[in-house]
Design a protein around this ligand. Structure first.
Ligand SMILES: NC(=O)c1ccc[n+]([C@@H]2O[C@H](COP(=O)([O-])OP(=O)(O)OC[C@H]3O[C@@H](n4cnc5c(N)ncnc54)[C@H](O)[C@@H]3O)[C@@H](O)[C@H]2O)c1
Length: 295
């Protein structure tokens, strides 16, 4: 049994804890959560909860870490955990800037600790099939790919003010997905968006990228999609077309939960299918450039 510790148990950490109940190969040996209000929400999981990492490691051995702290804390928490030598699955985007992602990469190489970044789309079966078909040329020459991510409602104002902006908080998923689906690198071309004056974060935005294959990509993001979250991908090829709806308001987050389970299984098996730190840095460069277009 793999002994996993979860660090940060807010919105995403609690989703991970919920899906972890279905992963029989993993035992959650502890959760680190400094906020007492959040610690009260964790009682329903029946797990040992600690206020900090030293308290957890003093109480139990750990084979791996899942980091779901706010993005501005990724670097500091990964640095702290790398001291213990066990692999780390860090939530996207792995730092708040390209510079921080590079620093996490340097910490990983200098300590020999494997850091995988939680780009869960890589574990959605229908997307894996689409990737295989694109790479095998079944759709012909890919002309364009449109990726949509529209959330039902925005996160808290506090989260929005410190999340790095819509392309860094949300759009990195689409950037990583485009690179992984096509095997191409991305050149950011332009971005437009509508700002929320209260947080300084965008309510919606569109990014245009050119793929090294010559195809074009459109990244469509929004923080208001009443009725539920939507994640969709549409590929236009010279010999075929495909539209996949990965997260559908009618089916809630079933596909995401199953993909999160597969991601955890891949992580404990060595992470051969997951995103590496160099994938995360590459995605970050594109997301950061698109975000800069909005300034
Ligand atoms: N993969 C996805 O689809 C997805 C979706 C949502 C969020 N995320 C990512 O997950 C991360 C967390 O986002 P969230 O929405 O859960 O935020 P959140 O604010 O709801 O939760 C973060 C939790 O971490 C705790 N925390 C803060 N500093 C800590 C520390 N040093 N050690 C331990 N815990 C600490 C906070 O008290 C809080 O409870 C972000 O990086 C975000 O980008 C990923």
């Amino acid at each position: 049994m793999f002994r996993l510790a979860v660090v940060g148990a807010g919105r995403m950490g609690q989703l991970h804890l919920t899906v972890l109940r279905e992963v029989a190969e993993i035992e959650v040996v502890g959760v680190v959560e400094p906020a007492w209000q959040v610690r009260q929400q964790l009682e329903r999981f029946g797990l040992p909860v600690f206020a900090d990492v030293p308290a957890l490691v003093a109480s139990t051995p750990v084979d791996g870490w899942l980091v779901a702290v706010p993005t501005p804390a990724h670097l500091q928490v990964v640095m702290e955990l790398s001291y213990f030598g066990a692999p780390i699955l860090c939530e996207k985007p792995a730092g708040l800037s390209v510079g921080e992602a590079l620093q996490i990469g340097r910490v990983a190489s200098s300590t020999g600790v494997r850091v995988q970044v939680a780009y869960w789309r890589r574990f959605v079966p229908s997307l894996k099939l689409l990737r295989a078909r694109i790479l095998a040329g079944e759709l012909g020459t890919v002309q364009s790919i449109i990726c949509q991510q529209w959330d039902e409602a925005p996160p808290s104002q506090a989260f929005r003010r410190s999340s790095g902006g819509i392309f860094i908080d949300m759009g990195v998923h689409e950037v990583d997905q485009l690179r992984w689906l096509t095997g191409s690198e991305l050149d950011p071309v332009a971005a437009v968006g509508r700002i929320d004056p209260a947080s300084g974060d965008q309510d919606s935005a569109h990014g245009l990228v050119e793929l090294s294959s010559g195809a074009s990509g459109v990244i469509s993001l929004g923080r208001f999609f009443p009725g539920g979250d939507l994640v969709a991908v549409e590929v236009f090829g010279s010999r075929g077309h495909e539209r996949l709806v990965l997260v559908d308001p009618q089916q809630a987050d079933v596909a995401q939960r199953l993909a999160l389970q597969e991601q955890l299984r891949d992580f404990i098996a060595g992470g051969s299918a997951g995103a590496t730190m160099s994938d995360a840095v590459a995605a970050f460069r594109v997301a950061e450039a698109l975000q800069a277009e909005l300034a």
